[in-house]
Design a protein around this ligand. Structure first.
Ligand SMILES: *Cc1c(COP(=O)(O)O)cnc(C)c1O
Length: 359
């Protein structure tokens, strides 16, 4: 039986998507050829790329608003530097909410001045900084909407008078936002969209072409836009699987419906974390809790071995916390059914019973 997969990334994808993808590896589009052995310039694959881009924009409500979608390679990590390469002339602002923001800041510093407007580093990133104002006149302001490692998520995005850039790797397509507030959104596919190997970039075209430096072709958003993500050979399989996931999302009622499911899953798990005396949440304020990645620990490490044996026996996978946080992290991406969350909650309750019996 399929495991209950709480892995943080790469992570769970819809079963129907995996099945379709596996068939396409053998025979794609009735061509009697594999998806991964045909030209990326064939009509069949160009359709895949176009459909993926259209679906991404459609799900974000950004069609016909001056935005384009790209499927590039190099992961979200390459976007840390591409954003700065393409947009940072003098000074950019960053909100530091975790390891990924910190890495983005490090890359940006190679290209210009960086103003870290606020940071929660002092408290090991267990909250989202709130009391800050973004200065005016920045080249752009960058934030990370969901902090995959620490389990925090931004709910209120600041007002800015410059382009707003967001790393949405781990919560894209998970909730409804006014995405037109953002000028560039990027997301590595492997958290909520597809396999590792491609990155979705959604960019408002008019913010580009303003820096004075020469940008190498492979790092230039304008080059990729002019070639519709086909400047070089795209990651054909990850793009195809992303397309299937975006189609699945549509069948499931789109982002709005997904948000409802994600709210239910998160409420189920967090209420158990709060109720069960054996556990405590990692995040300082409830309003900063991520609906995608719930971080928590045992109050007493003494029960670790028992709990680990129990959840493993229940068919749960990928519950270990990141090394910088410890404890546990339950990643509840779009494709994770609420039944899996219920299994985890059941195991937490069984542990409580067991501990009470011993006492
Ligand atoms: C996983 C992750 C990254 C890094 O993605 P790669 O594709 O491995 O480069 C960046 N930002 C966030 C928020 C992530 O969750």
């Amino acid at each position: 039986m399929k495991k209950h997969n709480f892995s943080a990334g790469p992570c769970i994808l819809p079963q129907s998507v995996l099945e379709k993808a596996s068939r396409a590896v053998i025979n794609f589009d009735n061509l009697d050829l594999s998806l991964i052995e045909i030209s990326h310039r064939s009509k069949s694959f160009i359709n895949v790329m176009e459909r993926s881009q259209d679906l991404a924009l459609e799900h974000l409500g950004l069609q016909n608003k001056g935005y384009k979608a790209l499927f590039l390679q190099g992961g979200a990590s390459l976007e840390f530097l591409m954003v700065a390469y393409n947009l940072l002339e003098k000074k950019a602002g960053y909100l530091d909410t975790g390891t990924w923001s910190d890495k983005a800041i490090k890359e940006a510093k190679l290209f210009g001045e960086v103003d870290v407007v606020a940071s929660s580093k002092d408290t090991n990133y267990n909250q989202i900084p709130k009391d800050f104002t973004v200065p005016s006149g920045l080249d752009y302001f960058h934030l990370t909407s969901n902090n995959t490692i620490f389990g925090t998520q931004i709910n209120n995005f600041p007002e800015v008078d410059c382009p707003l850039i967001c790393d949405m790797s781990s919560d894209i397509f998970s909730r409804v936002l006014d995405f037109s507030k953002f000028d560039l959104i990027y997301a590595g596919a492997q958290k909520n969209m597809g396999p590792a190997g491609t990155t979705l970039i959604v960019v408002k075209e008019d913010i580009l072409g303003k820096v004075s430096r020469v940008i190498p072709s492979m790092l230039d958003y304008k080059v990729h836009l002019s070639k519709d993500s086909m400047f070089n050979t795209p990651a054909v399989f990850p793009v195809y699987v992303s397309m299937l996931t975006l189609e699945w999302l549509k069948e499931m009622g789109g982002v709005a419906n997904m948000e409802k499911n994600n709210n239910k899953k998160a409420a189920l798990l967090y209420s158990e974390i709060d109720r069960n005396p054996l556990f405590k949440g990692f995040v300082a304020n409830k309003e900063d809790r991520s609906k995608m990645n719930a971080t928590f620990t045992l109050q007493n490490e003494e029960y670790k071995e028992t709990f680990d044996t129990m959840w493993t026996a229940a068919g749960i996978n990928g519950l270990g916390g990141h090394r910088s946080v410890g404890g546990y992290r339950a990643s509840m991406y779009n494709a994770l059914p609420i039944e899996s969350v219920q299994i985890l909650v059941d195991v937490m309750q069984e542990l409580e019973k067991k501990v009470l019996e011993v006492k």
